[in-house]
Design a protein around this ligand. Sequence first.
Ligand code: SF4
Length: 378
Amino acid sequence: MSLTQLNEAQFDFKDFRSLSNEILNMRIRNVKKLLGDRLQILGHHYQQDEVIEHSDLRGDSLQLSQMAAERDCEAIVFCGVHFMAETADIVANSPQRLEDRNGKRVTVMLPDMKAGCSMADMAGIRQVENAWEDLGEVIDTNDITPVTYINSAASLKAFCGKHGGIVCTSSNAEKVLQWAFERTGRVLFFPDQHLGRNTSLKMGIKDPEMCVWDPHAEELGGNEQATVENSKVILWRGHCSVHQMFKPEHVAQFRADHPGIKILVHPECPREVNDIADVSGSTGKIIQTVQAAPAGTKWAIGTELHLVNRLKKEHPEQEIHFLSPVMCMCATMYRIDLAHLCWTLENYAAGSAVNVIRVDDETQKWSLVALERMLKLA
Ligand code: SF4
């Protein structure tokens, strides 16, 4: 396929919707061939297989952004969700990387702008700023480190950068909290209460030293003043709609039905599940744990469905189950399908970048401060 041919193609998304997967696969492969190393397609671990098949890199959100930033390309198509594409833009177009490329920006695109994250949406920047102001009325905010999970909007990462805070991932949350407590007596952790709580409990922080901040409550996040004053960790009332679905009764059922089975969960799962699991860890740890296990190991895994199904396929020597009778998949990430990918690629190849994710300079600058604090801990 030549650039001219692409320019003659239809670019309205509705014309891609009815195409068969066979045609879409062929057209995606053609654009990839045409653009070669100029393009990087990034596929998040939770992405559906048919999209993953076209990805140049597969990983979690931060890994993907870092890997893409290290490579020379002119465009990134992020098959993940909105905050991931923002992180890719921040990292791939950092001042250092721009200097390395003589000022040339990498264009970051998200094939469907509706691919958001329900957890990230539970903490808006105005809500966090209001909470900070309200907290300042009862405790000294100089004694609070704001910590945002990487699954959050760039504006929240920038908030953390500006206020002496930091970003964390599910694999380094404990290290990040330790860093925070070396500086201040308290932490405001957002947007995922479960990761914040599970990590704090692991570090020996007790229930009475934590409170939950409800951004919709009228006063003090729904807390008494004394509760906030006594809290070391203030947990934002947010959660992942996928990991929230796993329940202790699912664990009990698997243990009853499959003696010897091991329960492996992500720390975005509620505490009641996390506490009784055999292993709890980030997406990377879940993958490594399965890879390292001997043949015949039985697992019930509590994380996103597409990843569990892929592990099942890639490790037929083990017995892998999904830890829920109901489907728990990331419905927003699932919006990125072959039709959206093909539409994005063909438009780009024809000289028109669609769904470009561009973080403004000020937000990028402060987000990088918070991200770099985290990266230095590695
Ligand atoms: S799995 Fe949960 S946290 Fe991850 S992108 Fe989907 S909704 Fe967001």
